[in-house]
Write a protein that binds this ligand. Structure first.
Ligand code: MG
Ligand code: MG
Length: 263
């Protein structure tokens, strides 16, 4: 596999597999979006993921990854990422729930996330989710040849901070391909003294703004995974897997229910 500054560049064959993987991943996320309503448990969402993975004959990418016990990261309200699905966690009117998942198809990975609204939610929650999705769109629009990696980071950060929100620092986007996480890291902020690189055709990046209302600081719970905002404020998370193409970004995880906002 060809590399540029340590980053794998995918050929057409590999991109075709990633398109299929992400297509299935997006269908599963569509199903989660339809299932989300007040009164269901977050474990019910995990069960949907498990069942659809069996139907599609794909492996859930997260289960067992560094010991993560589930197929779905299900993060409610102040949980930023890596929430555990639970029978005891019942969604209620006004919650927001971030669903992040991946699958592996013929050795290639998909990764995408969306934050869903549970029934009628507050204006604060609506605004946060809208702006976080817009941050993703701005990031994707910057994912083109002629730009650098941190043009993506800057586009996300600028839009979030314009609205007074905070960009989570502890977690970042990433390259994706034959590995769930590969180089480069894709921060949602421009890091001091970071290692910026020009974007190249064939790079595939999981761009995933994680944005909070109050603080970018997180607390990791004793389960060693669940990451909550330190001040308990709401957080949202949207993610697409995006290929850098000669004619612009190609969103591999696009679905009719979840647009990319550009191209
Ligand atoms: Mg993800
Ligand atoms: Mg990711």
């Amino acid at each position: 596999m060809k590399k540029y500054r340590g980053v794998y560049l995918k050929n057409e064959n590999e991109l075709a597999k990633m398109r299929i993987a992400n297509g299935m991943n997006s269908q599963i996320l569509d199903a989660l979006g339809e299932a989300v309503k007040p009164g269901i448990s977050t474990m019910f969402l995990e069960e949907i993921v498990q069942e659809m993975c069996r139907t599609f004959k794909v492996k859930p990418a997260f289960q067992g990854y560094c010991g993560f016990p589930y197929a779905l990261c299900c993060s409610v309200n102040e949980t930023v990422v890596h929430g555990f699905p639970s029978k005891d966690k019942i969604l209620k009117e006004g919650d927001i729930v971030s669903c992040d998942m991946g699958v592996c198809y013929e050795g290639f990975y998909a990764d995408s996330a969306r934050t869903f609204l549970v029934g009628e939610v507050s204006q604060e929650a609506k605004d946060l989710c809208r702006v976080t999705e817009e941050c993703l769109h701005y990031g994707i629009a910057a994912a083109r040849i002629g730009n650098t990696l941190y043009d993506i980071s800057a586009a996300v950060q600028r839009h979030a901070e314009k609205h007074g929100y905070k960009v989570i620092r502890n977690f970042v986007g990433h390259g994706i391909g034959a590995n769930l996480h590969e180089k480069p890291e894709v921060p949602n902020f421009v890091p001091m003294g970071g290692n910026d690189i020009p974007l190249q055709e064939g790079m595939v990046l999981a761009i995933e703004p994680m944005i909070a209302v109050g603080t970018y600081e997180v607390t990791i719970l004793p389960d060693k995974w669940t990451a909550n905002t330190k001040d308990g404020s709401l957080a949202a998370h949207f993610e697409h897997s995006v290929a850098i193409r000669s004619d612009g970004p190609e969103i591999l995880s696009l679905s009719s229910n979840f647009s990319g906002g550009c191209r």
